[in-house]
Write a protein that binds this ligand. Sequence first.
Ligand SMILES: NC(=O)c1ccc[n+]([C@@H]2O[C@H](COP(=O)([O-])OP(=O)(O)OC[C@H]3O[C@@H](n4cnc5c(N)ncnc54)[C@H](OP(=O)(O)O)[C@@H]3O)[C@@H](O)[C@H]2O)c1
Length: 333
Amino acid sequence: MKAIVLQELNQPFQLKEVAIPEISQNEVLVKIKSAALNHRDVWIQKGQYGGIRFPVILGSDGSGIVEKVFDTENEKWIGKEVLINPSMNWGNNPRVQSKEYVILGTPVDGTFAEYVKVEARLLHNKPEHLNFEQAAALPLAGLTAWRATMTRAAVKNGENVLITGIGGGVALLCMQFAIAAGCHVYVTSGSDEKIECAVKMGVKAGVNYKKANWDKELKNLSAGFDAIVDSSGGETFSKLVDIAKPSCRIAMYGATLGEFNSGIPAKIFWKQLDILGSTMGNDDEFVNMINFVNTHKIIPVVDSVYSFNQAQSALEKMSKGEQFGKIILAVDL
Ligand SMILES: NC(=O)c1ccc[n+]([C@@H]2O[C@H](COP(=O)([O-])OP(=O)(O)OC[C@H]3O[C@@H](n4cnc5c(N)ncnc54)[C@H](OP(=O)(O)O)[C@@H]3O)[C@@H](O)[C@H]2O)c1
């Protein structure tokens, strides 16, 4: 089969011919139709991620058709259109993942291939209102967005909610979930065009974080926030603390800009803020996320679709932050 292989750190992807995976007990073989990139793939290629091994087939997101199963009780899946939950071995505690927790696509081979093997329990029916490309855009970003926005920040109807860096695949799904939950959603972005697109999708307003006083402008527009969902960290964080209303919940699922600056602890305790870390999500959250997507007919935003042999260009686009939504790799292109 064709697969996009990362041979070593800081090297471009290579499209190679490799063996189709052999399945064993509890496993199924999925013929991939579409896969999606995540920022994780950029971090892995640069060596800025734990548990990397080589060579590896990256890819945490996939949609496709079940081709083969090992166990007779899984025969019901054969021929079904599915998407794959990339969150493996979460464990029994819904609040935190177990030590065995891994994400599909490192260290285990992932979806940037014509076939992937996964445990049958990770399969979910593809939502009928989504095509294969839109379905591939959903699993990792949707699960991360669901836990950060709906479980951890627990946004409610009528609240003011800020989602930062709206061009991101996860951020857009946070926005779509919060709008569907009845929140007044505001955004930041480094691009005025991306803010315009978000406003067309239902956000109240947005401010470009490259402006000197973006935080003050946002506070004037919104009168502050009941909840904030952020993946930037770094210098941005203290400004988020400033524009949070007293008792605001700030959920963080990433640290694109690195470490926090100083000067924030006093504001955190005086304003009674909740700072909530969030990573991926448990199996129940995945089911709840898919149900919500089906109920509200949410369609993940697809920025662009690349063929497998353009995978390196697709990754470079993500690395430069040029996208609005998910970047997809399609097997049949
Ligand atoms: N914990 C988890 O489980 C988990 C899961 C998924 C992702 N993540 C992390 O979350 C981050 C986003 O992931 P992704 O896959 O959605 O990436 P992505 O699609 O590549 O989006 C990254 C976005 O970051 C935004 N950004 C860049 N500089 C910023 C700044 N100064 N202030 C605010 N936003 C800024 C950009 O938004 P604009 O284009 O609008 O400027 C960019 O689109 C990454 O750090 C990733 O590793 C964590």
